[in-house]
Ligand binder design. Structure first.
Ligand code: ZN
Ligand code: ZN
Length: 176
């Protein structure tokens, strides 16, 4: 193994040979880049996946594998969600590489019942624990976009949440 953690190495992932940086091969879960994954996107995914590794340990979470995307130079809209969690496979799908999306999915992994109250409570706790300042405030406003999240927001802050801004794809117009 090369000593530079960012160096790409060829590895068989889910039956195909792919190029992964050394750091991504040392995680407790398998990282599966999408078929058209641009290797220049690894640097964007690094903070997100390292945080997931930290969370897996701290929250005693079982994650088998994580599928990640890249969509550099995106013009239109993406016909899939920013992220989702598969309870049966213990697998996470992430399109957005931001921490808020990751924590939203970890909230699903720790609970059940889609966007119900247990999910909203768990996700609010994760936002508080793993986000700071503006990122935390923005994430709580997005959480209040869900009815369950609105209840948590009102209980925490004793006020009605402001309207959540519409989320555009993180990849829109993004250059490598
Ligand atoms: Zn995607
Ligand atoms: Zn969700």
């Amino acid at each position: 193994m090369p000593t530079n953690p960012n160096q790409l190495v060829e590895l068989k992932v889910a039956g195909r040979y792919r190029m992964l940086p050394v750091w991504a091969t040392k995680l407790s879960f398998e990282v599966r880049p999408g078929l058209k994954f641009d290797t220049r996107a690894w640097k964007l995914w690094k903070p997100c996946l390292l945080l997931l590794e930290e969370i897996v340990k701290k929250e005693k979470l079982k994650v088998s594998w994580v599928r990640i995307h890249s969509h550099f130079g995106l013009k239109g809209d993406i016909p899939h969600a920013m992220g989702w969690w598969d309870h049966e496979q213990k697998a996470m799908f992430l399109c957005h590489f931001d921490k808020e999306t990751l924590l939203h999915e970890v909230g699903h992994a720790l609970t059940s019942g889609y966007h119900g109250d247990p999910w909203a409570k768990a996700t609010a706790r994760l936002y508080k624990k793993y986000l700071n300042g503006k990122a935390y405030s923005a994430s709580m406003i997005q959480l209040a976009h869900y009815l369950s999240g609105r209840r948590v927001y009102k209980a925490l802050f004793n006020e009605r949440p402001p309207k959540a801004p519409e989320i555009l794809s993180i990849w829109k117009g993004l250059k490598p």
